[in-house]
Write a protein of this length. Structure first.
Length: 319
């Protein structure tokens, strides 16, 4: 297995990426190699500052350019074919790596995925998901968390299906419960898109729909898959992260709220594309980078991309 990492991605790259890769190199499986893609001189300099040799399970691939956080994704990918993100996607597309991870420009990662490895046939929009801790100690997921701020009902219904497949094959939940985030539990509540999505989910053959979930029920064990547009999902995730920061500043330690720490989760996969793609916060530290790499390994082992592809091929043939 080869997990590629954008060595130039993030606010503190390449130093933090190198530190996180060193941490991950001690925890990945014996057959996993970490492939760092970036300006080779800068990456090697970052390693030299760690006063230890480059481990045998870390490889460096030179990419002379990189896409900055504030650049326009489409223009940057067109103008910088030798950027770390462009090179990473070319490797993924040609199956020279099994997963591609980055804490860099999220827009460029999304656009790169759609134009390089492309969408799985039948997928309308790719979606970014995030883990959701529950007071029960279990873990669920929420999607979308930022890729699609405006979603039509059929897109929300497809997010539910993608989330269910992820829970089945990665979290090993046999029959994931799907909830639609709304401002009330009654089916007539919400805006037009959410109301119509409720109807589609109620009649969906491939999911176990349990109805609307209010904001106060997000962290309770009411559903395994929480569906919403990227606007709502991003607000929820950022609010949860702020709760961890506030509690930390107050000097309070709590196991449940510790799971709101974005560094512990590490990153989020992009579902619906023809490859294993993982994105992380631009402000990721070395712990987050390590966990991003470990998530890339887990996603690859789960075979989730192939499972999604197979599911939609079967669904298409039935239609």
């Amino acid at each position: 297995m080869r997990v590629a990492v954008d060595a130039m991605g993030g606010d503190f790259a390449p130093d933090v990426v190198v530190k996180g890769s060193l941490l991950a190199s001690e925890e990945v499986n014996k057959n996993t190699k970490i492939v760092l893609i970036g300006q080779e001189k800068a990456v090697r300099t970052a390693f030299s500052q760690q006063s230890q040799p480059i481990p045998s399970n870390i490889e460096i691939i030179d990419a002379p350019d990189f896409i900055e956080m504030g650049e326009n994704p489409i223009k940057a990918l067109q103008k910088k074919p030798k950027s770390s993100i462009s090179v990473g996607y070319n490797l993924l597309k040609n199956k020279q790596v099994d997963a591609f991870c980055s804490a860099g420009n999220t827009g460029a990662m999304m656009v790169g995925a759609m134009f390089s490895v492309q969408l799985i046939p039948g997928i309308i929009r790719p979606v970014i998901m995030a883990y959701v801790p529950k007071v029960s100690g279990e873990k669920g997921i929420i999607l979308d968390v930022g890729a699609n701020t405006d979603c039509k009902p059929d897109i929300l219904a497809q997010f539910a299906q993608l989330g269910s497949l992820f829970c089945q094959h990665v979290l090993k939940i046999p029959v994931p419960r799907v909830g639609l985030i709304n401002l009330g539990e009654e089916e007539e509540k919400g805006n037009l898109a959410v109301k119509e999505a409720h109807k589609l989910l109620t009649n969906h053959k491939h999911i176990e729909f349990v109805g609307n979930i209010e904001g106060r029920g997000i962290f309770l064990d009411k559903a395994d898959v929480l569906v919403c547009d990227g606007f709502v999902g991003n607000v929820v995730v950022k609010m949860a992260e702020s709760m961890f920061d506030i509690i930390k500043k107050l000097g309070i330690s709590n196991e449940f709220f510790d799971d709101f720490n974005s560094d512990v989760v590490g990153a989020s996969p992009i579902l619906g594309v023809n490859g294993n793609v993982i994105v992380a916060h631009g402000a990721s530290n070395d712990l987050a980078i390590k966990n991003m790499i470990l998530l890339g390994q887990q996603i690859t082992e789960s075979n989730i991309t192939e499972e999604i592809r197979e599911s939609f091929i079967v669904e298409s043939s039935v239609k």
